[in-house]
Design a protein around this ligand. Structure first.
Ligand code: CTP
Ligand code: MG
Length: 219
């Protein structure tokens, strides 16, 4: 093994808000999960993929393993995203870099992956971020009650890159928590700083059915 650089793709969610297993929904004729699989499969630095899925998608995951040669392990997801991320990360051995990615973000570019890899190699932890352009208001009972400064406020995306030993220890220190992503549990664990690299406007997350239709328009 030259690099020991791995991708952990999280497809262990139930899609409660979407109303279906969105990782399997078709986006321009191709299942959402296959977009991330293609991106990491075709990336020259990625050696292997750990696919984290809900149990009912195991038969499909086994089929995908035949077509995506880099899938080395299929792991069952947990009750929370954090548990699923933990399961994926602890399927890895040795020292190296892991890119943890939400299958719900199908539209990632090679240059985005490159920036995260570079940041993780240099700083130990790196995540893509985007500045917030809209005014941020606090709304209560249908009325605007106040405003939040957007100075220094960024949206955080995936893939998120970490040195494998550091993210494993961060998971051990925060086990049982319910952090929304790996950068937040990493910071909370006190394992160190997270480097911010440039995210992409088109790297949208599918949460609701409308998001899928919107992505269809920009892909
Ligand atoms: N995820 C996971 N395991 C979980 C929860 C989420 O692997 N227990 C994954 C999802 O499959 C998704 C990503 O984490 O790729 C982001 O989660 P989210 O968008 O919240 O997806 P779901 O949890 O499936 O949706 P919902 O919260 O509406 O149920
Ligand atoms: Mg969720």
């Amino acid at each position: 093994m030259k690099n020991n650089l791995w991708a952990v793709i999280l497809a262990g969610g139930k899609g409660t808000r979407f109303g279906a297993l969105k990782q399997r929904e078709k986006l321009k004729g191709k299942p959402v999960l296959e977009y991330s699989l293609s991106a990491f499969e075709s990336h020259p630095e990625v050696e292997g993929i750990v696919l984290v899925v809900v149990k009912e998608l195991f038969p499909w995951a086994e089929e995908l393993k035949i077509r995506y040669m880099k899938i080395k392990k299929i792991v069952e997801g947990g009750r929370t995203r954090q548990e699923s991320s933990r399961a994926g990360v602890f399927a890895l051995e040795g020292e190296g870099i892991v890119l943890i990615h939400d299958a719900a973000r199908p539209n990632i570019s090679k240059s985005l992956i490159d920036r995260v890899i570079q940041g993780a190699k240099k700083w130990g932890a790196a995540v893509p971020v985007l500045p917030v352009a809209d005014t941020l208001a606090r709304v209560e009972s249908g009325f605007v009650r106040g405003f939040i400064s957007r100075k220094g406020v960024f949206r955080v995306q995936t893939p998120q890159g970490f040195k494998i030993s550091l993210i494993k220890e961060a998971h051990n220190r925060t086990e049982g928590g319910n952090f929304p992503d790996d950068s937040s549990l990493f910071i909370a664990s006190g394992m160190g700083e997270v480097r911010a690299v440039a995210g992409e406007k088109t790297n949208l997350k599918i949460t609701l059915p409308g998001d899928l239709r919107f992505l269809e328009g920009i892909i």
